[in-house]
Design a protein around this ligand. Structure first.
Ligand SMILES: Nc1ncnc2c1ncn2[C@@H]1O[C@H](COP(=O)(O)OP(=O)(O)O)[C@@H](O)[C@H]1O
Ligand SMILES: [Mg+2]
Length: 493
């Protein structure tokens, strides 16, 4: 790949990236969240097209970025998120991925291919069970089997180990090694630096859509060096903080009150004995790489799940679990990582969305309700066709403003903000950041999950890194980018 560029609106995902992978090697592609790794490999797999630059595969220039063409050229990808059809078995999923069409008649042959590949590479799965009922590890292996079924010469794995426990991740890496020994080229995206050293030959590091390190042998590097390259080593390397993240109120002037949120030895999923304390008026930035317990912590704080061990309290009372109305009554504002799934009901009107979870038993008459809504939409600058519009018609920024308008109404005691500015244009992102900082200034304890360190540097009073289910830090200003990067990459293990 040469000079590859790709922008999404005002977001530059890739600037001018050169990337090369050779047959017989396992090539690690590293970078922070948002560095552009997925965008790069999606282009390589024909799932997206570059704005500029060129790509060639085994000497053949790619003229048309079409997944089918690239599959034909021997490129197969296991995507970051599962793409299996949950109601279909392994064989049926393989048959579906083939270009020939109908599934069932081909599923028997496909099932034999599943068993052959599973056997050959030691990728144990249950072939008769619908994919949705397989364990996460089995699903991952089935994704790989499906990629191998296309007889890939270039295999791309986008964060395959993020969802796996250590033993499974090691197994997967040894399969990658085997595939490289057979002469295939393997690209593996990972955040776990340990894996780079145990399982990979060369490493490319992306930072903010540019190549920070271009395909050099892994043995020339150490963990700290790679971590520094991922996050940028010195302040000079750090781009100026984007205007989106300037806090309207400098952190030190916010009145800090007593401890409000207390998380003691909490376990669930990947979280393993996690501790955290947040005072009123304080913003704690949660840094770290997806798949290290972030989703579990978010669900616990939002009361969507119960801890298997440990306790969570807000002002000394247990955090409510289960009924979202209890969360609302307890003064917990929740800005979820998936706003369309956990905050908004797409087919419902804006007005109804603002009422969600508020438990009003008597709905105001429509006209009165619309009248009440108008100033809210104005105050939050939600650009829409009107209060009766469906939430699903809002753009990302406007949808997020609607979520905040509801969640931050009425002085919350705790704000759980998961990647609140993700995917938003700079103006919307700035407004969202400012309003959350204001909620802290008004006395809320804020837990802010951030995808980008610069955003957290601008808003957080302290930063805690969540890596492999544990807390590392806290880190206090002035922030040491390299130390945080190393903690994010699991440097303590
Ligand atoms: N379809 C999209 N629409 C808008 N922005 C996108 C899209 N895909 C990626 N981006 C943005 O491009 C940047 C790079 O994203 P991505 O390639 O997914 O990074 P990585 O895989 O390294 O975490 C991010 O800022 C992300 O928000
Ligand atoms: Mg990605």
């Amino acid at each position: 790949m040469t000079g590859v560029a790709r922008a999404f609106g005002s977001t530059v995902a890739l600037s001018s990236v050169d990337f090369e992978v050779a047959p017989g090697e396992v090539h690690a592609l590293l970078g922070e969240n948002g560095a552009g790794k997925t965008t790069l490999v999606r282009i390589l797999a024909g799932l997206d097209r570059p704005d500029a630059g060129s790509v060639s595969v085994y000497g053949q220039p790619v003229r048309r970025f079409a997944a089918r063409d690239l599959r034909g050229a021997g490129v197969a990808m296991v995507q970051q998120h599962f793409t299996l059809v949950p109601t279909l078995t392994a064989g049926e999923n393989l048959a579906l991925a083939r270009p020939e069409g109908r599934i069932r008649p081909r599923a028997k042959a496909a099932r034999e291919r599943v068993e052959r590949l599973a056997d050959r590479y030691g990728l144990a799965i249950r072939a008769d069970v619908p994919a949705g009922q397989l364990s996460v590890g089995e699903q991952q292996r089935l994704e790989l089997i499906r990629a191998l079924d296309a007889d890939a010469r270039l295999l791309i794995l986008d964060e395959p180990t993020a969802v796996l426990v250590d033993a499974e991740a090691e197994r997967l890496l040894s399969v990658c090694r085997r595939l490289a020994e057979e002469g295939r080229a393997v690209v593996i995206i990972t955040h776990r630096l340990g894996e780079v050293f145990t399982g990979c030959d060369r490493v490319t590091v992306l930072r903010r859509g540019q190549v920070a390190l271009g395909g050099t042998p892994v043995r020339d590097h150490d963990r700290a060096g790679l971590a520094r390259l991922m996050v940028g080593a010195s302040p000079a390397d750090a781009p100026p903080a984007p205007p989106a993240t300037q806090p309207p109120i400098p952190a030190p002037t916010r009145a800090r009150s007593l401890e409000r949120l207390r998380v003691d030895g909490v376990s669930r999923g990947r979280l393993d004995g996690f501790d955290l304390a947040v005072a009123g008026g304080e913003i704690v930035g949660m840094a770290g790489v997806d798949g290290n317990g972030q989703a579990d912590l978010e669900a616990l704080l939002a009361g969507l799940a119960a801890a298997t061990a440990g306790t969570l309290t807000l002002d000394g009372e247990p955090l409510p679990v289960g009924d979202p109305r209890r969360r609302v009554r307890a003064g917990v504002a929740y800005i979820p990582s998936d706003r369309y799934r956990h905050a908004l009901a797409g087919p419902m009107s804006l007005a109804d969305n603002l009422e969600l979870g508020r438990g009003h038993r008597v709905r105001p008459a429509r006209r009165r309700r619309d009248r009440l809504l108008a100033p809210v939409l104005r105050r939050w600058d939600v650009r829409t066709a009107g209060p009766a519009a469906r939430a699903s018609t809002l753009s990302g920024g406007n949808a997020q403003k609607l979520v905040l308008a509801r969640e931050l109404a009425g002085e919350p005691r705790l704000v759980v903000a998961a990647y609140p500015t993700r995917g938003l244009d700079p103006d919307a992102a700035r407004m969202i950041s400012e309003r959350i900082v204001k909620a802290a200034a008004a006395g809320a304890a804020v837990v802010w999950f951030g995808a980008e360190l610069d955003e957290l540097f601008a808003v957080a009073d302290r930063i805690v890194v969540l890596a492999t289910g544990h807390a590392a830090g806290p880190f206090e200003p002035p922030y040491d980018r390299a130390a945080i990067g190393l903690a994010m990459a699991g440097g303590h293990r």
